[in-house]
Design a protein. Structure first.
Length: 356
C-alpha cells in the first residue's frame, strides 16, 4: 500500500518533477549558458502549489488496488502539464504574478532588461514564456512516457492524458472566445461559461487525474468511467471556487490580487450572475472595470462590491454544493480500498472548500 499522507505523496511527486526537469536540462545542454535562461523560470514555475491533481491521481491509483511507484511519474506529468497551462495562461491574461511571485513572462522581461538586450522587453518576455510553456509540455510527455510506456496499462493512461491535454487546450480557446463577446451578450453565455469550466479546468484538475490513476491500477473501463463522471462535477466546483477566490480571495493566501479576474476580463459565472441579476448601476460598475488592465483600485473595488451585492457569491456557493455533494456521495458509494477512498473524499472536500 502506498503512503497516501499528503506529505509523502507531495515529496515523491516533487522528486519526479525535479527528475523530469533534470532530464530536460540534459536535452537542451547544447544551448550552453543560455539553457539556464529557460530552466530558471521553468523551475520557479514548477514549484509550489498544493499538488492536488497529483494527490488525486496517486490516491485513485491506490483506491483501485494499485501500488506501482511509477504512478508518481504520471502524477508529475500532470503537474508539468499544469505548469505549462499556467505559464501560457499568464501570458494570455497579462498576469503579473503567480503563486505570489512574478509570472514566467515577467521573469523573462526582467532578464531582457537586466542584460541590456535590444528590442521590446515585453514582447521578448511573452515569446520566451510561450516557448518555456512548450518545453513544460514536452517535459510532461517525457515524464508520462517513463511512467507509462513499460506499464501493461500504460497505453490507456497515455490516451487519457492526450484527451485531457486536447480538451483543456481547446477549453482555453473557448475561454478567450467568450471573453471577446460583447458584454451585452452575457445574458446568454451561461452554457458556454460552464462548457469552458468543464473543458479547461475540470478535465485536468479532477476528471483525468482520477481516471489516469485508476487506469494505471488496472481498473475496468467501467471503473475508469466512474472516476471521470465523479471528476467532472468536482472539477467544475473546483473552478467555481477558484472564481470566488479570484474575486474576493485574500491575496496573501491566493498569491494573486483580489479582483484580478475582473481586470483580466474573465466572463465567470459570478460576473454573468451580476450582469443578469443586477440593476443598471451594477452593470455600469462591471462595464467600467471588466477587462480594463490599467483600472484604478477604486473602480475595481466598486465592480467587486457590485458583483458581491448582486448575490453572485451566494449563488456560487449554492452551485458548488449542488455539484460537489452528489459527486462525493457517488464516490463514497463505490467499492474501493477503504483508506484510499476516505482520502479521496477528503481531497474532494478540500477541492471545493479551499481558501487558496
Amino acid at each position: 500500500m502506498l503512503d497516501l499522507s499528503p506529505t509523502a505523496v507531495v515529496a515523491r511527486v516533487d522528486e519526479s518533477i525535479v527528475a523530469a526537469l533534470d532530464a530536460a536540462s540534459d536535452s537542451i545542454a547544447p544551448l550552453g549558458a543560455h539553457a539556464d535562461d529557460l530552466l530558471g523560470p521553468l523551475a520557479a514555475a514548477s514549484r509550489g502549489g498544493k499538488r492536488l491533481r497529483a494527490q488525486l491521481l496517486v490516491t485513485a491509483h491506490a483506491a483501485h488496488g494499485g501500488s506501482d511507484v511509477a504512478v508518481f511519474g504520471a502524477a508529475a506529468a500532470v503537474e508539468w502539464f499544469q505548469t505549462a497551462a499556467l505559464i501560457h495562461d499568464d501570458v494570455l491574461d497579462g498576469s503579473d504574478t503567480r503563486r505570489g511571485a512574478p509570472a514566467a513572462h515577467r521573469r523573462f522581461e526582467a532578464l531582457h532588461r537586466d542584460r541590456g538586450l535590444d528590442g521590446d522587453a515585453v514582447a521578448f518576455g511573452s515569446a520566451s514564456a510561450i516557448l518555456a510553456g512548450d518545453i513544460a509540455l514536452m517535459i510532461a510527455q517525457r515524464a508520462l512516457a517513463y511512467a507509462c510506456a513499460p506499464h501493461r496499462d500504460g497505453a490507456r493512461a497515455m490516451t487519457l492524458f492526450a484527451e485531457m491535454a486536447e480538451l483543456c487546450t481547446a477549453g482555453q480557446y473557448l475561454d478567450m472566445r467568450i471573453a471577446a463577446e460583447p458584454l451585452d451578450a452575457l445574458d446568454g453565455l451561461e452554457d458556454q461559461i460552464l462548457a469552458t469550466m468543464r473543458s479547461k479546468t475540470a478535465s485536468y484538475s479532477c476528471e483525468h487525474p482520477l481516471a489516469i490513476g485508476a487506469a494505471l491500477a488496472g481498473a475496468t473501463d467501467a471503473q475508469v468511467q466512474a472516476m471521470r463522471e465523479i471528476g467532472v462535477p468536482l472539477g467544475i466546483a473546483f473552478q467555481l471556487r477558484d472564481d470566488v477566490l479570484g474575486l474576493v480571495g485574500d491575496p496573501a493566501v491566493t498569491g494573486k490580487p483580489a479582483g484580478d479576474d475582473v481586470r483580466e476580463g474573465k466572463r465567470t459565472l459570478l460576473v454573468q450572475h451580476a450582469w443578469t441579476h443586477g440593476d443598471d448601476a451594477t452593470r455600469d460598475a462591471v462595464r467600467a472595470a471588466l477587462g480594463v488592465e490599467d483600472i484604478d483600485a477604486a473602480a475595481l473595488a466598486r465592480a467587486v462590491d457590485a458583483i458581491t451585492a448582486s448575490g453572485a457569491l451566494e449563488a456560487a456557493e449554492s452551485r458548488i454544493d449542488a455539484l460537489a455533494r452528489p459527486a462525493l456521495d457517488a464516490l463514497a458509494a463505490l467499492e474501493l480500498e477503504a483508506t484510499a477512498r476516505d482520502r479521496l473524499l477528503e481531497l474532494g472536500r478540500r477541492l471545493t472548500a479551499r481558501d487558496a
